[in-house]
Design a protein around this ligand. Structure first.
Ligand code: E4P
Length: 214
């Protein structure tokens, strides 16, 4: 069970690293654009933190370009770089080849068990089902995690399930219960995982009992 942060903002990451429970970061072109900095600047700053696993989406429509760009990031950042690829025929081919070169891969924009099977057959390190975007269209994102987990378990797949597009803390527990190996979370959802009214009330009472003025 691992937690990644889903953000292109390095301060958001640094602020939360003190917890020591975050082991990776995922980015995508939309998060990078919203952050406003050059993508390579963002990746370099992330690599300078203690994060060991950074998903970097590569440009390209054809496998050769995806592979070439993946190799460039791997040479630049070494084992910390995970190459994020689309679940298309070219993305799947690129995944198989990058994995054979010992480069970690994260197959993104996965919305069905069939797509997840293709990713596993391409020896993807991670498959990223998008829970929230399925919920947005009236489907059940958590059920997809459970279905993929069942297929991967029966077939002894080595591909890890990275639950993405998680917008509320309750979904974190549900995703892990359904069989996710990793959840990638917007920083605010990570922060919300700490919150419970009984924790607040209990801490307040303990502070009083310690003799601390609150
Ligand atoms: C992570 O890899 C995804 O890009 C991200 O979780 C998508 O989240 P969204 O559907 O909220 O944009």
């Amino acid at each position: 069970m691992r937690i990644f942060l889903d953000t292109a903002n390095v301060i958001d990451v640094e602020d939360r690293l003190i917890t020591k429970v975050i082991s990776g970061v995922t980015t995508n072109p939309t998060l990078i654009r919203k952050n406003g900095e050059d993508p390579d600047v963002v990746y370099k700053k992330m690599m300078d933190t203690e994060i060991e696993d950074l998903s970097i989406e590569v440009k390209g429509d054809i496998a050769d370009d995806l592979i070439a760009n993946g190799i460039i990031y791997n040479r630049q950042f070494g084992q910390k770089a995970t190459i994020k690829l689309p679940c298309t025929p070219h993305g799947i081919r690129a995944c198989k080849i990058l994995t054979s070169l010992n480069i970690r891969t994260n197959m993104t924009l996965v919305f069905s068990v069939e797509q997840a099977i293709l990713c596993s057959l391409a020896n993807a390190t991670y498959v990223s089902p998008f829970v929230g975007r399925l919920d947005d269209i009236g489907e059940d994102g958590i059920a997809l995690i459970a279905d993929i987990a069942e297929v991967f378990c029966h077939n002894r797949s080595n591909t890890k399930i990275l639950a993405a597009s998680i917008r509320d803390p309750l979904k974190v527990g549900l995703a892990f219960a359904a069989g996710a190996d990793i959840c990638t979370l917007p920083p605010v959802v990570f922060d919300d995982m700490f919150k419970h009214q009984l924790t607040d009330a209990g801490l307040k009472q303990f502070a009083v009992d310690f003799g601390i003025n609150v």
